[in-house]
Ligand binder design. Structure first.
Ligand SMILES: NC(=O)c1ccc[n+]([C@@H]2O[C@H](COP(=O)([O-])OP(=O)(O)OC[C@H]3O[C@@H](n4cnc5c(N)ncnc54)[C@H](O)[C@@H]3O)[C@@H](O)[C@H]2O)c1
Length: 346
């Protein structure tokens, strides 16, 4: 085995804890430095994970560190300068979603990585969740034939605003936070989108932006896909943070319920299995499916760093997902369908 790739984490907030736990459990890469504008957060992270080098200024960190990879786990407004800087100092840059607030910034990051000869991966972890890895294998194996309809649904009533208070204060919330994940799944299973229409709702009075949306996607291959999300739905037991899904093909259907039970319907009948992943030793319910997917995604990032595979998804691939999220706002606000071949941000 070649030596461990040397990395740094930028952004030591709520979700970065999962990144750090996953890096600790994986072979082939290790984090040797952490950075946060808030030095107390960087210090707390370094202490918790035994990291020797602590920074509160990314530029200073890059002056002092010799890095193979950088893991950017900050919120979206900082991604452009950080990805630009990281690209010139490391061969692999991983950026959390949402990748960017607009297409101009997203394209600028893709160009920066390309010009620097660096691999840009987007931390798009829903496709790395065990239920979706299982469904992808079933679809790729031909178990349900050719898919013609899919539905991805993320609905819950969990109080996200305790851990992520910024979510209640942003103008663009549900589509940019979770829509991106669902659109990535739609593209993964159904291909590219021809037309998109969308409605959005503001349900919880403490939330500034939309906290629910329903999007209808007409796929280039003639398929149909629905993506919907709500942060204000009442279920028992609480399904957060799971995604329900249905994919129908000409030979069968796969159905994932909100509690990670997967039923495969074919001509020979229906079979249900539990695809809920084990809680990682370092993890806790209800986050375990997400935590497991962080480990799966980062294991993939290590394969990319060692030249064993290509980024899934790359920054370049994620441009189309970003475009769907941004077009969804236009579709909802103009109450009309967006032709994705012609849609542009302006
Ligand atoms: N993929 C997922 O399942 C998932 C889940 C939750 C959050 N996220 C994403 O992770 C990102 C971080 O979310 P969070 O909830 O951890 O946010 P957070 O606010 O808790 O943490 C972000 C940290 O980044 C630091 N920071 C900001 N700008 C910086 C800069 N220029 N240099 C250094 N540090 C900087 C902040 O001080 C803060 O400590 C968001 O983009 C969010 O959408 C992804």
């Amino acid at each position: 085995m070649s030596r461990n790739k040397q990395g740094a984490l930028i952004g030591c907030g709520f979700f970065a804890d999962n990144h750090m736990h996953a890096w600790k459990t994986l072979e082939g890469a290790e984090i040797g430095a952490v950075c946060d504008l808030d030095r107390a957060k960087a210090t707390a992270m370094a202490t918790k994970f035994g990291i020797a080098r602590i920074y509160d200024d990314p530029a200073k960190m890059f002056d002092h560190e010799n890095l193979d990879f950088v893991d950017v786990a900050t919120t979206v407004e900082s991604h452009l300068p950080l990805v630009r800087l990281a690209s010139t100092h490391a061969k692999t840059v991983i950026c959390q979603k949402p990748f960017a607030e607009n297409m101009k910034d997203a394209h600028a990051m893709v160009a920066a990585a390309k010009n620097a000869g660096s691999n840009l991966l987007i931390h798009e972890n829903f496709r790395w969740q065990k239920p979706f890895l299982t469904m992808k294998k079933l679809v790729d194996d031909g178990t349900i034939g050719t898919p013609h309809f899919a539905h991805f649904s993320f609905r819950h009533g969990y109080d996200n605003y305790v851990n992520q208070p910024y979510l209640a204060k942003i103008d663009r919330f549900a589509i940019m936070d979770v829509g991106l994940h669902l659109f990535d799944l739609a593209r993964l299973f159904m291909g590219e989108v021809a037309h998109l229409s969308c409605t959005k709702q503001s349900l919880n009075p403490i939330v500034q932006g939309e906290d629910a949306f329903t999007a209808l996607l007409n796929m280039e291959n003639g398929g149909t896909c629905i993506c919907d999300c709500s942060f204000y739905s009442k279920f028992s037991p609480e399904p957060f943070p799971n995604t329900a899904a249905v994919i129908e093909g000409d030979k069968g259907t796969v159905h994932l319920d909100r509690w990670n039970r997967l039923t495969v319907h074919t001509a020979s009948g229906a079979e249900t299995s539990n695809v809920d992943p084990a809680v990682p030793l370092w993890g806790a319910k209800p986050w375990h499916c997400v935590q497991d997917s962080v480990t799966n995604f980062q294991a993939h990032a290590i394969d990319v760093m060692h030249g064993r595979t290509n980024p899934r998804p790359s920054g370049e691939d994620n441009l189309r997902t970003m475009a769907l999220a941004l077009a969804a706002y236009d579709a909802a606000e103009q109450a009309s369908s967006m032709n994705m071949a012609q849609w542009s941000e302006d």
